[in-house]
Design a protein around this ligand. Structure first.
Ligand code: FE2
Length: 132
């Protein structure tokens, strides 16, 4: 079961941004799928790889949004950028030593944090970008 399913209401109306948001959901769901896969006994390396992918793609995506804001003279640029930085810091703080087969709970907490942050951020902040 997907923990975060893309919904049309998440679309902010800037095609490139929407496409990248969908990709973020897709990466998060791949982590969840791996977590739930009963046939893979050692998931550690796979999980680390996807979280790294999530982090790298998020950095790329935030940069694109920030460039878009700068280009369009967005007034709330700095506060928006700070939110992005806070999120990256949170992902950087993931303690991989806590992730093992007994500690799926920790990974689930991270996934729920990421999904919740993404959805709230898209609906409250990114939506404003399309209203400039
Ligand atoms: Fe954003």
């Amino acid at each position: 079961m997907a923990i975060a399913k893309w919904k049309d209401e998440y679309s902010i109306g800037i095609p490139e941004v929407d496409k990248q948001h969908m990709k973020l959901f897709e990466i998060v769901n791949r982590i969840q799928e791996l977590l739930c896969d009963e046939f893979i006994t050692d998931k550690y390396d796979g999980i680390v790889a996807i979280i790294t992918e999530l982090k790298e793609y998020t950095i790329y995506h935030f940069k694109m949004e920030e460039d878009y804001m700068l280009k369009n003279g967005y007034k709330k640029f700095f506060s928006h950028k700070v939110m992005h930085q806070d999120f990256i810091e949170k992902i950087n703080a993931v303690d991989y030593s806590k992730i093992d087969n007994e500690q799926n709970k920790y990974l689930n907490e991270i996934l729920y944090f990421v999904c919740d942050w993404l959805i709230t951020h898209i609906l409250k902040e990114d939506k404003l970008l399309a209203e400039m």
